[in-house]
Write a protein that binds this ligand. Sequence first.
Ligand SMILES: [Mg+2]
Length: 390
Amino acid sequence: MRSRVSGTPVSLSMILHIDMDAFFASIEEAINPRFKGKPLIVGSRGNRMHTVVCAANYAAKAIGIHSGMTTKRAYSIYSKLEFVAADQAKYIWTSEQILELLKGFNLPLNYASIDEFQLDLSGCPTPNPVSLGKEIKAQIYANFNITASVGIAKNWLLAKLASKLNKPDGLTLIDDSNFEQVLRKVSLDKLCGMGGKNGQILIAKGLKTCWDLYLNLPGLLLRNPGKFDENSGKPSEKPKSVSHSYTLPIVQVNPQVIHAWIRLLSEMVSTRLRQQLLVSATVHLWLNGPEIGNLGAQKTHQAPTNDGYEVCQRAIKIMTKLCLKSPKIRAIGITCSGLSWGNYQPLLSEEVRRERLIQALDRINNRFGEGTISPAITALARPNPYDRNL
Ligand SMILES: [Mg+2]
């Protein structure tokens, strides 16, 4: 473990940023020690030659392999690469366990992404933030056998930058004593938000390092809050469940129409979840009909979701398990529970595309009214409950 500075007292505002090192690949290495030290990639899909690298361990990074690269290209660099197909549920579970561990430090905590967490040390009774950083890193390693890099600075932007500077297993403090010295050495594109067009514009203007940025646009580096916002992007209360149900105008026996209603209700529930920044692990399907009476069942999944398609798939599986052959259905209800704050970043390229599609549909439906665009199958569900403000 490397530490640049130690023994610095906490200033008025201080953020500690934790960034897991090569998170998915490290988890796979920790589970399967035979990968240790060998170049390893985690593929977006199971087909090793026809997918994209979504994580590379440090041995693979060292020979020029990185995430976003096609596996074909990665294998052309090193034909003996170890390969694992991504297991999202495993990574989310580990992330949640790390979050639980961090809650034990009793400090304001922000879940920045699946492999990044932030603690607000402002007013922290600990006299030495570096000691706290070391303790956190040690606890993560002891519990999960994977390493994290920690950055500490007066706001989240600088703390995040600091966490990148000594990877892997790094610990970096940026404070007034080394602010200029550190920023002079760091190229501008390392700073969060400067990798794309913004960075290119500034680089074209001759700004090369973060220190150049500070000299020209100091507010950009320093205006980011040192303390978390009151809400930190999270509402203070979360509901126990979100549901929608509908009584059909006639008893329905057509399985396609029943499927269409389940999809439509799933979409409506999922829209509510997304509006409240929630994801759901448990889907409950409720059915009512003249022969079956009231019938319901639920299933909890490892990977929470707020995607209407996924909720529908889960509900249809429940219906299949209930072994209903040609059921007569009069009313249907979908309830999503097991709710958590849904700020996971999509992990795989397919999910990124799906996430963007959902966001685009949400924007259109928010602007022109709910149900303006909905999946084709829901056209079979008539009358459309969107029209009745259900
Ligand atoms: Mg990371």
